[in-house]
Design a protein around this ligand. Structure first.
Ligand SMILES: Cc1cc2nc3c(=O)[nH]c(=O)nc-3n(C[C@H](O)[C@H](O)[C@H](O)COP(=O)(O)OP(=O)(O)OC[C@H]3O[C@@H](n4cnc5c(N)ncnc54)[C@H](O)[C@@H]3O)c2cc1C
Length: 377
């Protein structure tokens, strides 16, 4: 039986970051992901916000042009409101090479990576992984659940699980460089995106056309909503949607928006990223939170492994941090209540006023980050 210090389940950005940091600190780390290749089955648009670009070493060659302009639309798309920042706010990552490079960095630091390998359950400190050659048992001091919004590790450790989920889908295709500056278009229309937004990101290299919302509130289902949106999406003047099954990449998945979960650690391990609910309840951005929470998780695990004190993990306390999300949770509650296009059009009126635009700027261009540094301190 294999024996390691830490088993990390899930090689998204959260798992890759946590595993790399732990291996750099000299711990023996095994990272397993059911995806056979990290370049496939991507579930994110890959919009990185300025704070993340400032604080984390993402490979510059895998990032699209900077985006400063956001255009917000009411239902029907008439009378949009354009906001432009004085700073570069977003860049869209080319996610396949970003995951592959992060995996190379993890291997370089000493992480053993098993792809095409599914976590299938636990008995005490022994965990079952199922790969091409069948099941194998791994003994580990700690397990890290980095296995996404519907985490099996959370279930098996008896930790909290995400209950408040949106479901999102998008199509991605290459586009020729156009006249328009790189722009993020957001449509507030509950018939297309119930409880959230439909979006087009056109950064002059790729178009991402997507929508997300509560699964049970799409009038004709998510797929039909995306088709309807894609047929008249804004921000794509002069862009031809390519033909053929290989020209368009389809992405999608659940997005937890209930805020950070309260119980995200126990004596046997902890949760990071979507598994921990570390996603902004309002913007649904999870890339910055997953990286920040992973840093904290690695620090707490390192301390526990070095000192032999398992109670260190108790400091990894979601409840303590959750209080800081009160404002964003309240705004999510407000967005949830906008259930008809007529109400959305009325609410959109606020964005035409100076205070409404100032609030939108704070959300879209603000400096607030996921406050992971605050817990465990
Ligand atoms: C459509 C969509 C668009 C989004 N766009 C953005 C965006 O532009 N910007 C932003 O900040 N956030 C965005 N998000 C949210 C963001 O992508 C996530 O919060 C973030 O990627 C979470 O990373 P993670 O590592 O926690 O999880 P994931 O990236 O989901 O990784 C989980 C990994 O666990 C693996 N796994 C799951 N179960 C098992 C198992 N049993 N055994 C082995 N492996 C397993 C999966 O294969 C996967 O690789 C988007 C989400 C969606 C769905």
């Amino acid at each position: 039986m294999d024996s390691v210090d830490v088993l990390v389940v899930g090689a998204g950005l959260a798992g890759l970051r946590t595993a790399t940091l732990l291996a750099q600190q000299g711990h023996e780390v095994l990272l397993a992901d059911r995806r056979p290749s990290l370049a496939g089955a991507i579930r994110t648009t890959g919009i990185f916000v300025r704070r993340t670009l400032d604080d984390f070493p993402l490979p510059a060659e895998c990032l699209g042009p900077p985006i400063r302009r956001v255009v917000l639309y009411p239902p029907g798309l008439r009378g949009p409101v354009a906001l432009t920042s004085e700073r570069d706010e977003y860049r869209v990552g080319d996610m396949a090479p970003i995951y592959v490079k992060a995996a190379d960095a993890a291997s370089g630091a000493g992480v053993r990576i098993l792809l095409g390998t599914r976590y299938a359950g636990r008995q005490g400190q022994t965990y079952t992984l199922v790969g091409k050659e069948g099941p194998a048992e791994v003994r580990t001091r700690f397990v890290v659940g980095a296995d996404g919004a519907r985490s099996s590790v959370a279930r098996d450790l008896g930790l909290d699980r995400n209950r408040h989920l949106l479901i999102g889908a998008e199509e991605v295709y290459e586009i020729p460089r156009g006249e328009e500056p790189p722009t993020f278009h957001c449509v507030l229309d509950p018939s297309l995106a119930p409880g959230y937004l439909a979006w087009v990101v056109n950064d002059g290299r790729h178009a991402h056309v997507g929508t997300a919302g509560y699964a049970n509130r799409f009038p004709e289902g998510l797929r039909r909503a995306l088709e309807r949106f894609a047929s008249s999406a804004p921000g794509l003047d002069g862009v031809e949607r390519p033909d053929g099954p290989d020209a368009i990449e389809r992405r999608g998945g659940p997005i937890p928006v209930g805020g950070l979960l309260r119980r995200i650690s126990c004596a046997n391990g902890l949760l990071v990223g979507d598994a921990a609910g570390a996603v902004s309840p309002l913007t649904a951005g999870g890339l910055d939170p997953c990286l920040r929470l992973s840093e904290l998780a690695a620090a707490v695990l390192d301390e526990s492994l070095r000192t032999g004190r398992p109670d260190t993990l108790a400091h990894f306390d979601g409840a303590a941090l959750r209080a800081r999300f009160r404002g964003r949770l309240a705004m999510r509650w407000g967005l949830d209540k906008v259930r008809t296009p007529a109400l959305a059009a009325t609410a959109f009126g606020l964005l035409r006023t100076p205070p409404g635009q100032a609030a939108a700027r704070r959300i879209l261009f603000g400096d607030r980050s996921f406050p992971a540094g605050q817990i465990g301190a």
